[in-house]
Design a protein around this ligand. Structure first.
Ligand code: VG1
Ligand code: CO
Length: 544
């Protein structure tokens, strides 16, 4: 008999899940009872878990293996019937989503702080996904948070560590633990969705791709899919060995943190196609030879060409994008005559639309793209859809992008991030603008006229749930837009995100540098909020 212990604890005040689960520094999670309190709050707030299946895995960052053991003991003590855990405690976020769906699990726990750095003094995170495979929606995270505020005990089995490095079945008490290959099912799913023969044929012509796994979770997935199944030269998969500290880098696939890949793709002898993914494998960066594809453009281009891949041959039924994502995809939806939805930031808001069959593709400006094949954004999926399209069209990324702009116009887009701000200063900026929204329409800033200003509220068309305060939006005459919002994933101070865009129909102007093309809006953002005056920052920390 495995003993079940009941350990008394006091609630921790700071366990409110953010945009994507609970994220804190490792030392915070290491406080006695802290991790256990949050896990127990999850188990206490999901009903009917007795005898059910749970999927468990993480992005392999520092502290992953410790928390895997804790969750296994607590799942056993809380009466789960079975846990499917990725070997080594590894599962990419989209692979976990797929396993939850495939095995009709009650839900899953994914250990990741995504693109945030890892290490003893860096970030860790815990997210709970529901039975559809997607991130817990607001009503579930609110219940978890409420439970953390009153929790007084947790349950844990007094059992030795489980060997998570050997495939096979083990037991803790009555609970079965299946250690499974983290890659195989996911790779099979990708092979079902895409025309691997066509991609292999493209690669056989000498078409060169390079992929940067950023020392994060996608390394093993990339090796299986690109090298073993598609015939890509192993040397072209960079940083494919996962590391607990991501090699000391931020596993964030953007032009700042994947600068080496970017430089390589801009060089004269660049490969034809470059891509990267983040810590937990749900984001993607797409760069063609000499051309970076913004995530917002990528969503639009994938939507316009998805029918070239077997999974979407019958056409897509609708597109959803997060509110700050550029409106490039809206033009594609209009041309295709399909539904278009605008949701708050965070993948959890796409779940209902996907479950209801209202949309096929979803995307976020933060390098997240995905479809109804799982309920998370999916980095490698986006790379493979691009490759499938390239294999059919046999054109360069550059030509595909510029043809898209010629047809739909180009939406110039940039995001400026001000990181680690004093929370009071960030609040001053947001409140200062928020309080003036009603008086802004009709005002002119440096030649730009404000047409409308509001705070974004989303009403879910499927279940009617409402999410308020999802970002401040300023619309300008002529179609320009600025959005201001505070990040919900940071672990120190506040991060202010400023999203800027404007549409340009004339192909003669499509070659412009986005920062230059958006300069009047960038100035308008400053005069609306006084970021520089309030924070003393004269430039954003990250420009994407
Ligand atoms: C950020 C992105 C958001 C994304 C979220 C989780 O959130 O902006 O689009 O869904 O990260 O992505 P925020 O609140 O910091 O802006 V991941 O790859 O961390 O799971
Ligand atoms: Co991620």
């Amino acid at each position: 008999m495995t003993a079940i212990e009941t350990i008394s604890i006091r609630p921790f005040e700071d366990q409110k899940p953010g945009t994507s689960g609970l994220r804190k520094k490792v030392p915070v999670f290491r406080q006695p009872g802290y991790t256990e309190a949050f896990i127990q709050a999850i188990f206490d707030s999901i009903e009917g878990h007795r005898g059910q299946t749970l999927v468990l895995g993480g992005d392999g960052r520092f502290y992953n293996r410790t928390v895997i053991q804790t969750v296994l003991r607590m799942a056993a003590a809380n009466g789960f019937g079975r846990v499917l855990v990725g070997r080594g405690g590894i599962l990419s976020t989209p692979a976990a989503s797929h396993l939850i769906r495939k095995h009709a699990a009650l839900g899953g726990i994914i250990l990741s702080a995504s693109h945030n750095p890892g290490g003893p003094n860096e970030d860790f995170g815990i997210k709970y996904n529901i039975g559809n495979g997607g991130p817990a929606p607001d009503n579930v995270t609110s219940a978890i948070y409420a439970r953390t505020q009153t929790i007084e005990r947790y349950l844990i089995a007094g059992s030795p560590d489980v060997d998570i490095d050997q495939l096979g079945t083990q037991q803790i008490g009555d609970m079965q633990i299946d250690v499974i290959d983290p890659v195989a099912d996911y790779a099979d799913l990708m092979q079902d969705l895409f025309d691997f023969d066509a991609i292999r044929a493209l690669i056989a012509t000498g078409f060169q791709i390079t992929f940067d796994a950023m020392h994060a979770v996608t390394g093993p997935y990339a090796k299986e899919i690109f090298v073993r199944r598609l015939g890509v030269d192993a040397d072209l998969i960079r940083n494919a060995e996962p590391s607990e500290t991501f090699g000391g880098h931020h596993p964030d696939p953007n032009l700042v943190h994947a600068a080496e890949l970017y430089q390589r793709m801009m060089s004269d002898d660049a490969p034809d196609f470059g891509a990267a993914s983040d810590g937990d494998g749900d984001r993607n960066l797409i760069i063609g030879k000499g051309i970076f594809v913004t995530p917002s453009d990528s969503l639009a281009i994938l939507a316009a060409n998805a029918h070239l891949a077997p999974a979407y041959r019958a056409g897509i039924v609708g597109i959803a994008r997060s509110m700050p994502t550029s409106q490039a995809a809206d033009r594609v939806a209009e041309a295709l005559g399909i539904e278009m939805h605008e949701t708050p930031t965070g993948w959890k808001y796409f779940g209902n639309l996907l479950d209801a069959g209202r949309v096929t593709l979803c995307g976020e400006e933060s390098a997240g793209t995905g479809s109804d094949h799982v309920r998370e954004k999916d980095g490698l999926w986006a790379v493979l859809l691009w490759l499938n399209i390239l294999a059919v069209r046999r054109q360069s990324v550059h030509d595909i992008v510029t043809e898209h702009w010629a047809r739909f116009g180009r939406t110039f887009y940039t995001r400026h991030d001000y990181e680690n701000l004093d929370a009071a200063a960030a609040a001053q900026i947001m409140d200062g603008l928020g309080n003036r929204l009603d008086s802004l329409a009709g005002q002119t800033l440096g030649g730009l006229t404000i047409q409308q200003a509001d705070s974004f509220t989303y009403r879910d068309p499927v279940d009617g749930s409402v999410a308020e305060n999802q970002g401040l939006r300023i619309f300008f005459a002529g179609g320009g837009r600025i959005v201001f919002r505070l990040s919900g994933t940071g672990t120190s101070g506040a991060t202010l995100r400023v999203y800027l865009e404007r549409h340009e129909a004339d192909p003669a102007n499509h070659d412009r540098d986005p920062q230059e093309a958006l300069a009047p809006l960038i100035e308008a953002a400053e005069s609306l909020t006084g970021i520089a005056t309030i924070t003393g920052r004269t430039a954003p920390d990250v420009v994407t």
